[in-house]
Design a binder for this molecule. Structure first.
Ligand code: SF4
Length: 373
């Protein structure tokens, strides 16, 4: 990043702006192919700005109108971001990972089993189907879980052996540093913990790679010990929205697991995984006020839970595709005080062993944390 840009706009504000507006690409094929559909950052592209790799929307309706334009890359793969004719930053795109060129013995490309997120995270959706995804009434309105499956870009069920094979290759060839295993919610009381436990165990047996598992709170807290024992280093249980009204409107199925159950699950999980190793994903921009999000974050931090607040991105093909993304100002009003609260509590993204908070690419939160430090 040029010093001119740093003087003009602090890095955390720029990341915040880019994630809010998205960018237009002069060379759509630069960098790692962006994903459309699926869990996690979709309709995004990974870009490295000032040493930070962040996910920036590139396929959303808003990004097509963005004032930020990423120019053609030079011979070294560096591009410039321009706004109103002025260069605001230099960026580079992470290279396509080498493990994408491989396939299993039975012919499944590794990239259908797990993908690179951010700079050094191997991410997979172990089960690409969900009890919450069966009807328009029950589905989480922001979710695109079925799209990548329908488009043939992934397979529905990744076996523990397949995950272990891909993880070993991604560590050896591309130096990935941690792994995120999420899952659609299967029927049953464990809410996905069982398949995550067997997957974590097999990956851990194959390669020394810190793993975060992500699922809804299982009915029985004993699953936290089982997941930890299986090799999971960190746990994500994602609230998505923080007030009952917004949860009921945006995710009517998932909202059947109450905020009280989430809170009890966090209390039970933190002693098992450790302070700061349990986290939650909060999507800002779905209707919760900044004050409501910060109030929830304060409670979570008090429990030792890292609240990863991310700007909602309207994904094409979902019921919320025309819902506006939150403004950069709205995110700033959350992320700046949140970074202060985290700092005061001694919880830092960088101290996570694995997972979204540690990766940080989907939010400017870790940039705000770094700016404070
Ligand atoms: S923050 Fe989580 S979902 Fe976003 S790129 Fe990183 S690992 Fe993937």
């Amino acid at each position: 990043m040029s010093s001119t840009m740093l003087e003009a706009m602090p890095a955390e504000r720029l990341v915040n702006e880019l994630q809010s507006f998205g960018v237009r690409l002069e060379a759509p094929d630069a960098g790692v192919a962006s994903r459309q559909g699926g869990a996690g950052p979709t309709d995004h592209k990974a870009m490295t700005i000032d040493g930070m790799t962040v996910m920036v929307p590139v396929h959303t309706a808003a990004s097509l109108r963005s004032p930020y334009v990423v120019g053609l890359p030079d011979a070294q793969g560096r591009s410039r971001i321009v706004r109103d004719g002025a260069v605001v930053a230099e960026i580079s795109f992470p290279e396509t990972p080498k493990f994408y060129a491989l396939q299993t013995a039975d012919g499944i490309p590794y990239s259908k089993i797990a993908v690179l997120h951010g700079r050094d995270v191997l991410a997979t959706t172990v089960l690409q189907s969900c009890v919450r995804y069966t009807s328009r009434e029950k589905t989480c309105q922001f979710c695109a879980l079925g799209q990548s499956l329908a488009a043939g870009r992934t397979i529905e069920r990744k076996t523990p052996a397949q995950l272990a094979e891909v993880a070993r290759a991604a560590v050896a060839l591309d130096g990935v540093k941690h792994m995120v295993m999420t899952t659609g919610t299967p029927p049953g009381k464990d809410r996905g913990a069982a398949i995550l436990a067997e997957s974590a165990a097999e990956v851990k047996a194959a390669v020394d790679l810190p793993i975060q598992v992500q699922c809804e709170p299982p009915e029985d807290d004993a699953w936290f010990g089982r997941l930890r024992h299986a090799g999971a280093d960190a746990l994500g249980m994602h609230l998505e929205a923080v007030t009952p009204e917004v949860r009921a409107r945006i995710m009517p199925g998932k909202a059947q697991v109450s905020l009280a159950r989430y809170s009890a699950a966090f209390e039970a999980a933190v002693p098992v995984f450790g302070r700061g190793q349990v986290s939650t994903y909060i999507l800002a921009g779905l209707g919760d006020t900044a004050a409501a999000i910060l109030e929830m974050c304060e409670k979570l931090i008090g429990l030792g839970v890292y609240p990863f607040v991310v700007p909602f991105v309207p994904v094409s093909g979902t019921p919320l595709e025309n819902h506006p993304a939150p403004s950069a100002d709205f995110m700033h009003r959350i992320l700046q005080p949140l970074a202060r609260m985290l700092g005061q509590a001694g919880l830092h993204a960088a101290d996570g062993k694995a997972g979204c908070g540690k990766c940080g690419a989907c939010s400017a939160l870790s940039s705000y944390e770094r700016a404070r430090q």
